[in-house]
Write a protein that binds this ligand. Structure first.
Ligand SMILES: [Mg+2]
Length: 253
C-alpha cells in the first residue's frame, strides 16, 4: 500500500505525451521530407520543385496540420506507417509514370531513415520539461501513432529512450488514436485509470478526444486552429509546449 504524506492523496499517477508535433517539432519532420524529395528528384531526374513534391508526398500521409491521415475506412486490417510511406513514394513517382522496383523501395527506406536522423528536432523546451517531470513520481509514458522501429530509431537519435517508463505505439496495439485500445494499453502499463492520468498532445481529434473518452485530463497544444471554437473536450488549451509547465505545477502539486 502506498504511504501517504500528511494525508495528501495524489490524484495523478501518470502523464502521457504524444510524440510528433508535441515533443518533436513537426516542422523538422517536414525539413526531412524536403531533403528526401530533393534526392528523389535527383535520382529520377524529375522536372519538379522539391517544395511541390513534398506537398504531394505529405498529402498521402498527413492532414494540413501534419497529423496522420485517418486510415481508409475500407481498410479492414491495420496498416503500419512504413506501408503508407511506401504508398506515398509510389504516389509521387506515379505522376511521372514511374513504377518503383523493390530496390527503389529499399533505397527510399534508407533515405527515409538517413534524412530523419539528420533533420528531426525536439522542441527547445522538451528536455527541460521531461527532466522536471522525471523528478516527480509520476509514470511517464508515450502514446504515439508510429511504427515500433521508427519510434526506437527516433528516441535513440534524441537520446531520450531512458526517460520514459512506458512507450505505446500504434503498431504494437494494431490501431491508431483516437481508438480506445492504444490508450487502454498505455494505462494498463502505468497501472492506473484514465481519471488518474494526464495526456498532452497536439491533435485535438486523436489525443484530446481519444484521451477524454478514457477519462484522462487533457492538455491540447493547439498550433494550427487558433479560431477553433469546438474545444470543450480539452481541459486546458495552450499554443506552445512551454506553456504546459505552470498547468502541470497546479495539477500535480
Ligand atoms: Mg502529434
Amino acid at each position: 500500500m502506498e504511504k501517504l504524506n500528511n494525508n495528501e492523496i495524489k490524484k495523478y499517477k501518470a502523464i502521457f505525451f504524444d510524440f510528433g508535433g508535441t515533443l518533436m517539432c513537426a516542422e523538422s519532420d517536414n525539413v526531412a521530407h524536403l531533403h528526401m524529395m530533393k534526392e528523389v528528384i535527383q535520382k529520377y531526374n524529375l522536372p519538379a520543385f522539391p517544395e511541390d513534391m513534398v506537398t504531394k508526398y505529405n498529402s498521402f500521409l498527413f492532414t494540413k496540420e501534419m497529423t496522420l491521415r485517418d486510415a481508409d475506412p475500407e481498410e479492414k486490417s491495420f496498416t503500419p506507417l512504413r506501408e503508407s510511406t511506401k504508398k506515398a513514394f509510389k504516389g509521387v513517382l506515379a505522376e511521372y509514370d514511374i513504377q518503383p522496383s523493390k530496390e527503389d523501395f529499399q533505397w527510399f527506406s534508407k533515405l527515409f531513415f538517413e534524412n530523419h536522423k539528420k533533420y528531426i528536432k525536439l522542441f527547445p523546451e522538451t528536455l527541460l520539461i521531461l527532466r522536471e517531470l522525471k523528478n516527480t513520481d509520476l509514470h511517464m509514458g508515450i502514446i504515439s501513432d508510429i511504427d515500433n522501429d521508427f519510434q526506437e530509431f527516433q528516441f535513440k537519435v534524441f537520446g531520450i529512450s531512458e526517460i520514459f517508463d512506458s512507450i505505446t505505439t500504434s503498431e504494437e496495439v494494431q490501431s491508431y488514436k483516437p481508438e480506445s485500445k492504444i490508450f487502454q494499453v498505455a494505462l494498463d502499463k502505468a497501472r492506473c485509470q484514465g481519471e488518474e492520468s494526464i495526456i498532452i498532445g497536439d491533435s485535438y481529434k486523436k489525443d484530446i478526444v481519444g484521451g477524454k473518452k478514457m477519462g484522462m485530463t487533457t492538455i491540447w497544444i493547439n498550433k494550427f486552429q487558433p479560431d477553433n471554437i469546438d474545444t470543450e473536450t480539452a481541459d486546458f488549451t495552450v499554443t506552445h509546449l512551454k506553456e504546459i509547465s505552470p498547468i502541470l505545477k497546479e495539477l500535480i502539486k
